[in-house]
Design a protein around this ligand. Structure first.
Ligand SMILES: Cc1ncc(COP(=O)(O)O)c(C=O)c1O
Length: 400
């Protein structure tokens, strides 16, 4: 029997059947509509004349109800007036900078942050006649390069990959005294462990691809802060078009439901792994903001409630020895990214720095023996055993 198509028009009814209670859905509905309709011209005029476009706009590049719901959730998590979801963490960073900076402005960015962010500031912005200074993760160092044209201070906290932490209170104070916008990429901290806005930082950025999504299966970015600034960037992005999608927003919302559970577990696991690595004879140095040995421990202990799932460490070995250790690990996958339920491991020198001359790489701290491990939700004892076994395997190969 063949299916008979009764309706020749694109939509069988002029409106959806009555009696459907969309509000009864326990989970966030995914709204795919690209345009949003108005019941009458009068309603469209009311919409055009109102200041707040509400939860839907007239078009999906401007607003979408599923995305808007997640933005509200993100704003709540950061204690912000508003938030904007974008296509990726990089979209959040570049859109914010392109929107808020002008030719002749000066930006200060701290070193040891995600390479593409730093490259965007030093190289891409230069093409717009926007100058940039890269300084150590320290408010005194930032203050030294501030000038009359400085408009923005951008830092990660903790940084990628050395997990340096900035004093958020001092940074916010510096920004306010100098009338300079302060932006913190809080991807490594998550709102569970650190709340930059509560210290007076102007805006927080996240690569939602990491902990917020949490399952290594989506790419998204977010900005949170004062409503007027978020509105300005939202409007700008309605032109640039680096929007997220309703499906991604749904998956992000699903991830956010377990954010607390996941991050607290990752905090515990990473602390155990960091302590174990620190006592291992084949490890030269461990970088984890929860360790007593961390250079910024006074700041991290004061302003973070947990220290995240990422640990960086230097092995007492060369490039090949470090690669053998990584290859011998069975649980963490060799991959970039972090913050998901699966543990991931990388030699940072191979991810993004491989094409740079060795001397320059080393100036940036990208040594051959540096390892970055992002702990997931695996059993911590199994992870520790896996690390011990990898060390034991490498030792046995060396002896032969
Ligand atoms: C701290 C930090 N910010 C931003 C980004 C960019 O995020 P996305 O990959 O979502 O564009 C990354 C990516 O690794 C990152 O580590």
């Amino acid at each position: 029997m063949t299916n008979k198509i009764h309706c020749k028009s694109t939509q069988c009814t002029s409106s959806y059947p009555a009696g459907i209670n969309w509000d009864a859905s326990v989970v966030l509905p995914v709204v795919h509509s690209a345009p949003f309709k108005f019941s009458s011209t009068a309603e469209l005029i009311r919409y055009q004349e109102s200041e707040n476009i509400g939860y839907t706009g007239e078009y999906g590049r401007i607003a979408n109800p599923t995305i808007r719901a997640v933005e509200t959730h993100l704003a709540e998590l950061e204690g912000a007036q508003d938030a904007l979801l974008l296509a990726s963490g990089m979209a959040a960073i570049t859109t914010t900078m392109l929107c808020l900076l002008r030719s002749g402005d000066h930006v200060v960015i701290t070193d040891d942050c995600y390479k593409r962010t730093r490259d965007f500031c030093t190289d891409t912005l230069a093409g717009f006649n926007i100058n940039c200074d890269v300084v150590p993760v320290d408010t005194d160092a930032i203050e030294k390069v501030i000038g009359s044209s400085t408009k923005m201070i951008f830092t990660e906290s903790p940084t990628n990959p050395y997990l340096k932490v900035i004093d958020l209170e001092k940074l916010a104070d510096l920004g306010k005294r100098s009338n300079i916008l302060t932006i913190v990429d809080s991807t490594f901290a998550t709102p569970v462990n650190s709340q930059p806005l509560s210290y007076g930082i102007d805006m927080v950025i996240h690569s939602c691809t990491k902990y917020l999504g949490g399952h290594n299966d989506l790419i998204a970015g977010a900005i949170a802060g004062r409503q007027d600034m978020i509105e300005q960037i939202r409007d700008f992005n309605s032109t640039l078009g680096a929007i997220s999608t309703p499906e991604t927003a749904y998956m992000l919302e699903r991830g956010l439901k377990t954010l607390n559970l996941r991050v607290n577990r990752q905090n515990d696991t990473a602390m155990r792994v960091a302590q174990r690595l620190e006592s291992h004879p084949r490890v030269q140095q461990v970088f984890y903001p929860g360790l007593e040995s961390h250079p910024h421990k006074e700041i991290s202990f004061r302003q973070m409630s947990g220290f995240g799932g990422v640990i960086s460490f230097l092995l007492d070995d060369d490039f090949e020895g470090t690669a053998h250790f990584i290859d011998a690990l069975k649980i963490p996958a060799i991959a970039p990214s972090l913050g998901g339920v699966e543990s991931l491991v990388e030699q940072p020198v191979l991810m993004g720095y491989w094409d740079i001359p060795r001397a320059e790489r080393e100036r940036l701290g990208m040594y051959d023996n540096l390892v970055r491990l992002s702990t997931g939700l695996e059993d911590v004892e199994e992870l520790l055993d896996d690390i011990e076994s990898a060390f034991a395997f490498c030792a046995s190969v060396n002896i032969q």
